[in-house]
Ligand binder design. Structure first.
Ligand code: SAM
Ligand code: DTB
Ligand code: SF4
Length: 335
């Protein structure tokens, strides 16, 4: 059963369970809604990098912090297509395009819509993350065929002001509502390890799990500390808190894809394995996230093989374009 009336008390009780009991419960839920050996993969591309006017305290791309990032203008459609084809060959089923904007400018809309149309024509699902959307923009993306829009709540409503001042929690919820209203699937989650308490992790999940429709995709990022940002020295998150948060997300939003997102590059295999056992069933594939390195693809291939997991099958692509994808199916290659 999918519920939208979770209470803070219920969520905090789940968080406080012995880890084995919590993971056991999450596994049971996971298996009711998904093939527990299947992992969905998306690949990210930064289509406009740096010089962002927002002040998100974790971000390499905010113009307010001296992070040394080189800024780049909006890329052209051909560069996007080149990377989308490589992503498809590597086994990703979705291509996510991210821009360091407060909100997209109307003058950029035609090229953004063309990116959606052309990436979709490759047989990939499309996702964009461009900041807040103004009236009419979500509808335009929906008409172009955009499958997902990513816009994270980042943390609890209570802790949010410690992290972002230039846009409100309400602004974020408004954008999510606009995306939903336009008929685009919602991708929304947050970041752990920003100095928040367990109650904030519970608060974030409470917000997501009581939305009228759960986000179809819930990214759980572990902070990638960026030198020069206010969070560069944030205290390291207890790794079992990451596992607990994933397990609780799985129980609260049983039909959603829970994405083990940023932070995998520095995560031991054993911790990633625990996260998958707790109900994470999607990840970012590819050597780069937006501005920071991701786990290496060869390593991911080996890890999935060692765990007996396989990638969710993307839409059919020509055999010549899928060598890496086939290699990513170690357990299936011989059946
Ligand atoms: N500018 C757009 C926005 O903020 O909506 C889109 C791009 S933004 C980089 C996408 C998301 O990446 C953020 O909402 C945040 O949750 C996540 N993120 C950014 N920097 C991160 C970091 N250093 N560590 C972990 N997650 C991060
Ligand atoms: C999400 O929740 N995580 C991705 C995606 N959505 C856009 C971004 C992670 C960014 C990590 C830091 C960087 O590479 O700049
Ligand atoms: Fe800008 Fe997005 Fe980074 Fe915030 S998270 S500073 S809005 S690019």
């Amino acid at each position: 059963m999918i519920r939208h009336d979770w209470t803070r008390q219920e969520i905090e009780t789940l968080f406080a369970l012995p880890l084995g009991d919590l993971v056991f419960q999450a596994q049971g839920v996971h298996r009711q809604f998904f093939d527990a050996t299947e992992i969905q993969a998306s690949t990210l591309m930064s289509i406009k990098t740096g010089a962002c006017p927002e002040d998100c305290a974790y971000c390499s791309q905010s113009s307010r912090y001296a992070t040394g990032l080189v800024r780049e203008k909006l890329v052209d459609v051909d560069s996007v297509l080149e990377q989308a084809k490589a992503a498809r060959a590597s086994g990703s089923s979705r291509f996510c395009m991210g821009a360091a904007w407060r909100s997209p400018h109307d003058r950029d809309m035609p090229v953004l819509l063309e990116m959606v149309r052309q990436v979709k024509a490759l047989g990939l699902e499309t996702c964009m993350t461009l900041g807040m959307l103004k009236e009419g923009q979500a509808e335009a993306f929906a008409q172009a065929g955009l499958d997902y829009y990513n816009h994270n709540l980042d943390t609890s409503a209570e802790y949010y002001n410690e992290i972002v001042r230039t846009r409100t929690y309400e602004d974020r919820l408004d954008t999510l509502a606009q995306v939903r209203k336009a008929g685009i699937k919602v991708c929304s989650g947050g970041i752990l390890g920003m100095g928040e308490e367990r109650s904030d992790r519970a608060g974030l999940l409470l917000q997501l799990a009581t939305l009228p429709v759960h986000p179809e995709s819930v990214p759980i990022n572990k902070l990638v500390p960026i030198p020069g940002t206010p969070l560069e020295d944030a205290p390291e998150l207890d790794e079992f808190e990451l596992v607990r948060t994933i397990a609780v997300a799985r129980i609260l939003m049983p039909a959603s894809w829970i994405r083990l997102s940023a932070g995998r590059e520095r995560m031991p295999d054993s911790l990633q394995a625990l996260c998958f056992m707790a109900g994470a069933n999607s990840l970012f594939l590819g050597c780069k996230l937006l501005t920071t390195p991701n786990a290496a693809m060869d390593h991911d291939q080996q890890l999935l093989g060692r765990l007996g997991l396989h990638l969710a099958i993307p839409k059919p692509v020509a055999a010549t374009q899928r060598p890496y994808y086939d290699a990513m199916q170690p357990d299936r290659a011989h059946v």
